[in-house]
Design a protein around this ligand. Structure first.
Ligand SMILES: *Cc1c(COP(=O)(O)O)cnc(C)c1O
Length: 365
């Protein structure tokens, strides 16, 4: 039995991360790259990912705690908090850790005047609402907000203009152009940095690249598009989620599998039990529809996904034995994009859900 290692394991290919960053740079030669490593770098591990992506011009995370974690690990790049801060105290903490802020609303600008900070914030951004209706200043409030920010002695200029596409994964969607035009109108005649493009836009809407691009998903080697695979667009998948066979059951016709008996054998069937479940972030939506790879063959998930294990069909596998490695996603034959479709979700969610219990194994190419 080959079970000396702990499973499940997410194998993280650091060379693939670097390759994907190079792809971003090739696609956006006149832009700088703010690599988005929020949510534990989409499940890949924020510190190792930041280190592998050291050639980025800056990093972006969602929250203060993520920025602090990076600083405490010694990361020295500019780090932008995409959500900005919720309190004056948090603004002061951000300043203390030399973190950069995105300002979404007047309240956050007011914090600035109340805050007591010893050095000015740098590399800050104003979020403009262009169509997402989530965060940001409406176009007609941008002038005043920019004025407030540029006049504040608590941050250094220039302040950039940022916005975010609602439909970047849908190539040729007219709303993308409309959102970009709104942002361009705000920037009109001002000599300030603009940042709009996420992965989908970097790959399909070059006009939106501007001064700073903000790739997330594509850095992890995943396609944002339904009809294009990662390799179609020159990306290498970074994460391979793996586990092992922990038991094999020989079922007779009529035997059921797992909670609820949702799968019943119609004939004698070899069923493999794999040590992975929703407690590891393997979506319960994959019950009865998921696919996994054993000995280079794709086989089906049988019955419901449990917290710690799944059952798979070994009928077509010749020499399966306990201890064999099982791939849950992350190869050319089993891309995470396909698994996400089976789970009726998006690769982003599957990646972020990979839980702490799953060991990350960093591999250098
Ligand atoms: C998450 C995020 C990104 C990265 O998006 P991807 O689609 O993963 O490339 C960029 N900008 C903002 C504001 C984000 O929240």
């Amino acid at each position: 039995m080959v079970m000396s290692k702990s499973y499940p394991v997410a194998k993280i290919d650091l060379a693939a991360l670097k390759h994907n960053l190079k792809q971003v740079k090739q696609l956006t030669p006149s832009s700088r790259v703010m690599s988005v490593i929020k949510a534990n770098a989409y499940g890949h591990g924020i510190i190792h990912t930041a280190q592998a992506l050291a050639d980025s011009d800056a990093f972006a995370v969602a929250r203060l705690s993520e920025g602090i974690k990076l600083r405490e690990a010694g990361v020295q790049h500019d780090i932008v908090l995409l959500e900005g801060v919720l309190t004056v105290e948090d603004l002061q903490t951000a300043a203390e850790f030399s973190l950069s802020l995105v300002f979404h609303n007047q309240l956050q600008i007011d914090f600035l005047s109340q805050a007591q900070i010893s050095k000015p914030l740098t590399f800050c951004w104003l979020m403009v609402e262009t169509g997402m209706n989530r965060l940001g200043f409406p176009v007609d409030k941008v002038d005043k907000a920019l004025q407030d920010l540029t006049q504040s002695k608590k941050l250094s200029n220039p302040v950039g203009l940022m916005s975010h596409f609602a439909n970047a994964d849908s190539v040729d969607d007219l709303r993308n152009q409309q959102q970009l035009e709104k942002l361009e109108r705000c920037a009109d005649k001002r000599n300030i940095p603009i940042s709009m493009a996420n992965s989908g836009a970097i790959l399909s809407f070059a006009a939106s690249n501007y001064d700073w691009v903000r790739p997330g998903l594509m850095l992890y080697g995943v396609s944002p598009f339904e009809n294009q695979s990662a390799s179609d667009i020159g990306l290498k998948p970074v994460m391979k989620l793996t586990s092992v066979l922990t038991a094999i059951q020989d079922l007779q016709a009529g035997d059921q599998v797992g909670y609820g008996g949702d799968w019943i054998a119609s004939q004698a069937t070899a069923v493999g039990i794999v040590s992975i479940g929703y407690g590891d972030g393997y979506s319960r939506q994959l019950s009865n529809v998921g696919k996994v790879v054993v000995n280079d063959k794709i086989v089906a998930v049988l019955g419901r996904v449990s917290m710690d294990m799944i059952a798979i069909d070994l009928s077509d596998i010749d020499k399966a034995s306990v201890g064999n490695e099982v791939l849950l996603w992350g190869s050319d034959i089993l891309p995470i994009e396909d698994i996400a479709q089976q789970a009726k979700t998006i690769p982003y969610e599957l990646l972020c859900q990979v839980s702490e219990r799953v060991k990350r194994d960093y591999q250098h190419g």
